[in-house]
Design a protein around this ligand. Sequence first.
Ligand code: PEP
Ligand code: MN
Length: 332
Amino acid sequence: MIIKLTKSASEKSINEIIEFYGALHFTKEGQTTIITSSSVKKIENKFEPFVEDLTITESDIQLASKAYKNSVREVNLGPIVIGGNTNNTVLISGPCSVESREQIFKVAEKLVSMNIKIIRAGCFKPRTSPYSFQGLGKEGIDLLKEVKSKYGLSIITEVRDFSHFDLVLENTDILQIGAKAMYDHGILKNVGKTNKPVLLKRGFGTTLKEFVQAAEFILSGGNENVILCERGIRTFETGTRFTLDLCGVAFLKEYTNLPIILDPSHALGYSYGVPILSQACVAMQIDGMLIESHPDPLNAKSDASQQLPLNTLESFKNKIEKVANSVGYNIV
Ligand code: PEP
Ligand code: MN
């Protein structure tokens, strides 16, 4: 149950309600919202005078639910808005990892020439093997800062674990929480206390409900700027890297109020099929697309097989634009 209290509710009564239900809460512009377990279906009579608005929920998908907010939330990403009823599919691109000044500047120049506003590149990489390239760490963050000041692009980069949380938080416009860090409650709860836009990727062994509950950790801290990212789940299939769960996208659009970005690059794992899979993605009227791109994919230090060469990015954009336009959306 979500209880929006009146602004005149006293601190004493607010604390009494929180304690009574063992609930979470946040306060925005003088108004406190209390979130109990979804098993609570009725407000106590004694608390009724303090209630401005009440939402009874079916499951612990609460703040993210359509029952709470019957439209898609808008998240302000600086130069562009994602979600709401913008009918925008925001194209976000960049290499898997920042590798060098030359590499990241080449990508940035290409994106700027195509009017793409957001660059995404990892500095703290959650690699499966300890012997693989782990990212440039702080050096990569410094390069992204240079890119931002030179090209005016907004930055998305990933927080892998809590050891570099503050560094990444301070220096990114949108914080990416990857498939492997999706269960890190320290990261989720701490970013929940900020207003930083968050790109939350679905774990590859995560059910849709678990995925949205991870988002609830952020939302219940008071951070309303959460974007979900479907990036493929693990199935019995080995011909592709993962399986992009487009059924899941339909579910999330039906039952949640969060903007949705699709990441066909990580799902498929091979660049040959990224354009055609992306056409299927934008046909679903999605809020954004994440596409890995690199000046020299074959020699990339991570995810070499799936990144689109920069010289194919423009024809890629034209292809998906046609499909997006045919369903009433614009690629921005
Ligand atoms: C990435 O975005 O480069 C990445 C590591 O993705 P994921 O967390 O989805 O595996
Ligand atoms: Mn990658």
